[in-house]
Design a protein around this ligand. Sequence first.
Ligand code: UDP
Ligand code: MG
Length: 198
Amino acid sequence: MLPEVVFVLGAPGAGKGTQCSHISKEYDFVHLSAGDLLREERQRPGSEYGEMIEEKIRNGEIVPVEVTCSLIHKAMQKSGKSRFLIDGFPRNKDNLDGWDRVMSDKTKLLFVLFFECSRDICTERCLGRGAAGSGRSDDNLESLQKRFNTYINDTMPIINHYDRLGLVKRINAESVPEEVFQDVKKVFDGAGLQRIAN
Ligand code: UDP
Ligand code: MG
């Protein structure tokens, strides 16, 4: 059976990472954050991509898909598992095309989980996260403005593309994590995905 994938998208600060960590505790999914994989690669001694990744992240731009897709693919293989939440990817047409080229016949896309949240709330959350010591070089107002532009110009068209294919599951992500997760569970249960027995 092909490995199964759920893409998780939404504005910066919409809560993708928080919800993915809840999901991976209740359902048999491995959480792979594209942003985290890139930040890890940036820190890896000897990485030839470290500087390029840092620059892209700080400017809210998207890293070339060859880099991101290969990090995701390697993490999938290393996990030895067969169900994945791919958090924060694909974010633009380059990502989408690169994934389709290399991964679409190696995986089955179940659906796209889309967290909807207003720009004001998202900005407040990211600034709060920065103030609380996220240590992220992009949780500041200047980077956030760029990240939002990229989101609106480059990522929304990808979400619309999957919406036309009937693959998007929308979640209102403006309330507290526990409440948002109730709606997320409805989507996963509705898709017939089994909870982990515990
Ligand atoms: N990024 C990227 N490609 C990806 C995912 C992330 O280039 O597939 C970069 C991009 O610069 C983005 C940053 O990593 O702005 C942070 O992404 P992350 O998903 O961690 O941020 P979030 O949206 O969760 O706040
Ligand atoms: Mg994240």
